[in-house]
Design a protein around this ligand. Structure first.
Ligand code: FAD
Length: 427
């Protein structure tokens, strides 16, 4: 633990991470309290709209459509500190940056996202973007997915999904369905063997959506391998190795040759989060699931992929979380009870074919939380309207709404205004 020293600089609200969650929270805070002193620590000069990478992997979005300059997205009134945080020191209300300097705060919002652990799969990093190995989980390699899909006319295509939690739990399946849809349209599907290897025991974690997805697994002739975890990749040898649960409870190693391999990498909390006093035993930042305030540090909030709340890690979740954090943080600053409640909403628009989506929207415990009446969009069935939502409307909601504090489709729920302190939501 670092020793106490006066921070060189101090602000009222420090936001760590200027991704979806950091920028949205800054915008929501400034909407409620213009003039608030907010600093955002973010090392990257580029900000990515990651949900667009699925569309890049099918040649439907140009990659440039998914990236903007960070400096253009910092809400007016907030200050961008271009640096990386390397340590949290919540006992002394400060963080340390990579250059060794400290920044102090009155309130902290931790939103540094998660770590894509490419290195956890031996052989993967060396071959990603070459030898038929690709991933929509990176800006650099998503265009290569589309190159491979177009070039494959016969052979074997493998799609892999690591253990949960991952961001956008449907991401690995989306890549597969859209690729298969192209092969159907080109009349190639009978010559391409598709395998989906997921480390999990089910195709999708919320039961209501499984029948619609299984219909596509059958339509595309996918060989569904449950409990099969990617452990190594030999790019030049075009072979992937899996650990597969055996019938006696043991683990069997299995090798599969491929012509195309789409990998979703294992995902963890970033190292500096795991090693910090903010972490839960799981490594994620330990928050109260409803208020999103830290479980032990009263002036700390966390949201987005880095926090411990058991929602689907999605930008859709962030859209709902940011106003909750903004409201509750300002209540704490003003010495009032926190009233805004996050219900665990997350959404995964499963692109089952070009032009149709199974729009999974659910909260804590898998409770279905549809945004639209069933006659308009029935989330448990493929929908054309949901496709327009994903391909045209949601990017605008992201860039023009969520990152600018407009909070479309994101109004927080509130506890009744009583002076009584509520467990987990005390000021
Ligand atoms: P991020 O947006 O990843 O931002 C984290 C930020 O923290 C980054 O800017 C990073 O540079 C910064 N940072 C990292 N380390 C530090 C540090 N040490 N100090 C300071 N800053 C740091 N969501 C949906 O809602 N719908 C979808 O259809 C969807 N599809 C997806 C498809 C793919 C292929 C992927 C990869 C993601 C998808 N998502 C989708 C998920 C969504 O993009 C994420 O859940 C969302 O971006 C999380 O926001 P975040 O701010 O927590 O993390």
């Amino acid at each position: 633990m670092p020793t106490r020293a006066a921070p060189a600089t101090t602000c009222d609200v420090l936001i760590v991470g200027g991704g979806a969650a950091g920028i949205a929270t800054a915008a929501s805070l400034l909407k409620r309290q213009p003039g608030l002193d907010i600093w955002i620590v973010e090392p990257s000069e580029r900000h990515y709209y990651q949900p667009g990478w699925t569309m890049v992997g099918r040649g439907l979005f140009r990659p440039e459509r998914t990236v903007r300059m960070t400096e253009d997205l910092i809400p007016p009134g907030a200050e961008w500190i271009r640096a990386s945080v390397v340590a949290f020191d919540p006992d002394h209300d400060r963080v340390q940056c990579a250059d060794g300097g400290w920044i102090g705060y009155r309130m902290l919002v931790a939103a540094p996202g998660l770590k894509l652990d490419w290195g956890a799969i031996p052989g993967l990093m060396e071959t990603l973007g070459r030898n038929g190995v690709t991933s929509n989980y990176s800006f650099e390699s998503a265009p290569y997915t589309w190159e491979l899909v177009q070039a494959l006319h016969r052979g074997r295509a493998l799609f892999t999904q690591p253990p949960m939690p991952i961001k956008c739990a449907g991401g690995p399946q989306k890549a597969m369905y859209l690729s298969a849809d192209h092969w159907v349209r080109e009349g190639l599907i009978d010559d391409i063997q598709i395998e989906f290897h997921t480390a999990g025991p089910v195709l999708f974690g919320v039961k209501a959506y499984v029948p619609a997805l299984m219909a596509y697994i059958e339509k595309y002739g996918v060989d569904l391998r449950l409990g099969s975890r990617l452990t190594a990749v030999d790019g030049p040898g075009r072979t992937a190795t899996f650990a597969v649960g055996g019938p006696d409870g043991g683990v069997v190693e299995e090798r599969r040759e491929f012509d195309m391999l789409h990998v979703c990498p294992p995902q963890t909390a970033p190292g500096f989060v795991r090693d910090s006093p903010l972490a839960a035993a799981s490594g994620w930042i330990e928050v109260d699931d409803s208020s999103l305030r830290h479980a032990r540090f009263e002036n700390v909030f966390a949201l987005g992929d880095a926090c411990s709340a058991p929602n689907a890690k999605t930008a859709a979740a962030v859209r709902k979380q940011a106003p909750v954090v903004a409201e509750n943080l300002l209540s704490v600053m003003r010495g009032r009870p926190m009233r805004a409640v996050y219900d665990g909403y997350g959404s995964c628009p499963l692109t089952v074919e070009r032009g149709k989506i199974v729009l999974a929207e659910f909260g804590y415990g898998g409770k279905l939380l549809p945004s639209f009446p069933k006659w308009l969009v029935d989330g448990t069935r493929p929908s054309r309207l949901a496709w327009h939502l994903k391909s045209e409307i949601l990017p605008e909601i992201y860039w023009q709404g969520m990152l600018k504090g407009h909070e479309w489709l994101a109004a927080p729920h509130h506890l009744p205004a009583t002076p009584r302190a509520v467990e987990g939501l005390r000021p």
